[in-house]
Ligand binder design. Structure first.
Ligand code: ZN
Length: 152
């Protein structure tokens, strides 16, 4: 069994493939206190300290990232499952889905034309979108901190 001590000395390295066939390298480490951190070689991670790859992996969607080796799958789960990083990843996943849903409502309201009812509907949808986006922004900040091995 892989212990957190092993991971601190020798990080788990995963080669992932994304939707357009590119490959990236994700590194998973656990410190002596068991805090798990993850980094990715992609541009978004370099720019923002988080990326969809890390969220998908921490949400245990390893197959979506092109990981089919059951041994790698098991080792990753052993390290990440049940950690605050996994919880933060599920939270951001949910909140980003809420943003998409609210943005769709705004887009629909805009197609209705400039009537008074349409403007009321648009105002409500836009307020909901703003709230969802603020929540997603907070959740991203928490996830980014977790992925860096920090705590809230
Ligand atoms: Zn990435």
């Amino acid at each position: 069994m892989l212990t957190t001590h092993d991971l601190a000395n020798r990080p788990l390295s995963l080669t992932i493939t994304d939707d357009d066939g590119g490959t990236e390298t994700v590194s998973v480490r656990a410190d002596a206190q068991g805090a798990v951190s993850m980094t990715c070689s992609c541009r978004r991670y370099a720019a923002e300290g988080w990326c969809r790859h890390l969220v998908d992996l921490a949400c245990m969607r390893l197959r979506d990232c092109g990981i089919t080796d059951p041994d790698v799958d098991a080792r990753f789960e052993e390290v990440v499952a049940g950690t605050p990083l996994e919880i933060a990843a599920n939270d951001i996943d949910y909140r980003l889905a809420c943003v998409s849903q609210q943005a769709e409502r705004v887009a629909q309201a805009l197609t209705a034309g400039p009537s008074r009812d349409a403007m009321e509907t648009l105002a409500v949808a836009a307020r909901d979108l703003a709230q969802a986006a603020e929540s997603a922004s907070d959740a991203l900040r928490r996830f980014t901190r977790r992925a860096a091995g920090g705590i809230d």
